[in-house]
Design a protein around this ligand. Structure first.
Ligand code: TYD
Length: 140
């Protein structure tokens, strides 16, 4: 059963040159899962929050590639806020952890590396249902 202890900020490689920086992410060498999908959030409206769900199986690495935002993780017992402000920090979010993305700066871009294709059936979008499922798994 995953808890907040399984989440962590991973330091991604940084290649810094006077003319700019590169952060390469090469699968298993950098991320604790096989990358099956990449998507990005942009044009986020001021004050909007994203996420507000958990996944049965999906693992993700969340990166503030441009600007910054915060991610609030919740494992059904505890909550923790991560401020992502650097393009070389990736927040690893295991399966069965509730997440909310808040406080996007103007023009922020969030890149998400994901372990599985998009599957609506993998989402838990109701927080009470999430907590019930956590307790069911913990008991079983
Ligand atoms: P959702 O994951 O709920 O957005 P967020 O957590 O960022 O607020 O997805 C919003 C919509 O986009 C939903 O209708 C499903 C669709 N979607 C895809 O079709 N493919 C994807 O890879 C993702 C992430 C979302």
């Amino acid at each position: 059963m995953t808890t907040l202890a399984d989440a962590r900020v991973i330091d991604l490689p940084r290649i810094e040159r006077p003319e700019g920086s590169i952060t390469p992410v090469e699968g298993a060498a950098t991320v604790p899962f096989g990358i099956e999908r990449v998507y990005y959030l942009y044009d986020v409206v001021g004050g909007a929050s994203r996420g507000g769900h958990a996944h049965h199986e999906l693992e993700q690495l969340i990166v503030a590639a441009m600007g910054s935002f915060s991610v609030i993780l919740d494992d059904g017992n505890n909550r923790q806020r991560y401020d992502l402000t650097r393009a070389y920090h990736g927040l690893y979010v295991p399966a069965m952890v509730w997440r909310e993305l808040v406080d996007f700066t103007s023009g922020a871009v969030c890149i998400v590396l994901a372990s599985r294709p998009y599957e609506e059936s993998d989402y838990i979008r109701d927080h009470a249902e999430f907590v019930t499922e956590k307790h069911r798994r913990a008991a079983g």
